[in-house]
Design a protein around this ligand. Structure first.
Ligand code: 13P
Ligand code: SF4
Length: 313
């Protein structure tokens, strides 16, 4: 995109935001141009919390569909816009609400903990949501003898199971296309090339990747760790959008993206997050559409599970 076009669009978006009393919430995985027009940039937990505390009339969610849905669940009286409704999430899509209801029926007496990367229908079947930032706290808030269903991410679920030693936890078999694709062989080669670098990884990665990481954590956790660590170099095993924020916050440090199996690209991008563009943000603000609409009964059921999560943040 040419620079002039980008700055024209950014200026138009700023004017529309003021005129319409709109706020833009963006996830760290969006492109740097999109991050630059955001009023608030965060990981999925911080964005949910921010959504419920804004006074704006319109929330435009620069992120994937489940994130905008979460904002609408928490703020039913606000207009929540999703600039690209096709921006889904392979993890949320790996857990269909009807299939999840049938799975849940097989485990009477189990409490359901679901990652926020789920549709509103799955959240409505959930007792308490979590994000990668607070999954451990959420699971530990439940009595040790309480059997649990954890969904939909099998990698995050196994990681939490390992940390807590909980045996009574059944996992839904879902995964994220971005985090599952990192290559161990290529990561080990990078480690040999940069022996002083610390490896930071998101818990959605496979167990064999997490086993060689110096730090495992959510998007916000990884950002904090890189700031506090004495290391000057980091190999980053998560979605590459986070690199923009890392370089902004810590310009003197160096960040090396870990490559996926697919040799055609050097880093790993979430194709859904990259579907959000300045063009579709501008169009959504102009038209006040597409808007997130949720059935009220489903919304109320989902709200309980999200509020339970925010309460133990
Ligand atoms: P965070 O909870 O770290 O923001 O992660 C969101 C996500 O989609 C991870 O792939
Ligand atoms: Fe979903 Fe994975 Fe993209 Fe996160 S990175 S939004 S889990 S597909």
């Amino acid at each position: 995109m040419n620079v002039e076009h980008t700055s024209d669009l950014a200026a138009r978006i700023a004017t529309l935001k003021r005129a319409k009393n709109a706020v833009i919430l963006a996830h760290y995985y969006t492109t740097p141009e999109v991050q630059a027009v955001a009023d608030f940039l965060g990981d999925s937990l911080a964005l949910s919390v921010q959504a419920q505390s804004t006074d704006a009339r319109i929330i435009l969610f620069a992120g994937v569909h489940f994130m905008a849905e979460t904002a609408k669940v928490l703020c039913p009286e606000k207009k929540v816009l999703i600039p690209c409704p096709e921006a889904g999430c392979s993890l949320a899509e790996s857990c269909d609400a009807a299939d999840f209801a049938a799975f849940k029926a097989r485990y009477p007496g189990y409490k359901v903990v679901s990652y926020v990367n789920t549709t509103v229908g799955v959240k409505a079947l959930t007792d308490i949501c979590c994000t990668s930032s607070n999954a451990l706290k959420v699971v530990e808030s439940l009595p040790a003898d309480q059997p649990l269903i954890f969904g939909p991410d099998r990698n995050l679920g196994s990681y939490i199971q390992k940390l807590t030693g909980r045996q009574n936890m059944v996992l839904w078999n879902g995964a994220c296309h971005v985090h599952e694709e990192f290559s161990l062989e290529k990561l080990l080669a990078l480690k040999r090339e940069h022996p002083a670098a610390k490896v930071v990884a998101h818990p959605e990665c496979r167990a064999y990747i997490l086993a060689v990481a110096d730090y495992v954590g959510s998007t916000a956790g990884i950002l904090d760790y890189c700031g506090k660590s004495d290391a000057q170099e980091f190999i980053v095993v998560t979605e590459a959008g986070i690199l923009a924020e890392m370089r902004r916050r810590y310009p003197a440090k160096s960040f090396i993206p870990a490559p996926p199996e697919d040799a055609t690209c050097g880093c790993n991008n979430c194709k859904y997050m990259k579907m959000v563009t300045l063009e579709n943000i501008c169009a959504a603000l102009e038209n006040e559409a597409p808007e997130i609409v949720i059935d009220e009964e489903v919304r109320r059921a989902a709200e309980r599970s999200i509020r339970n999560m925010i309460a133990i943040r």
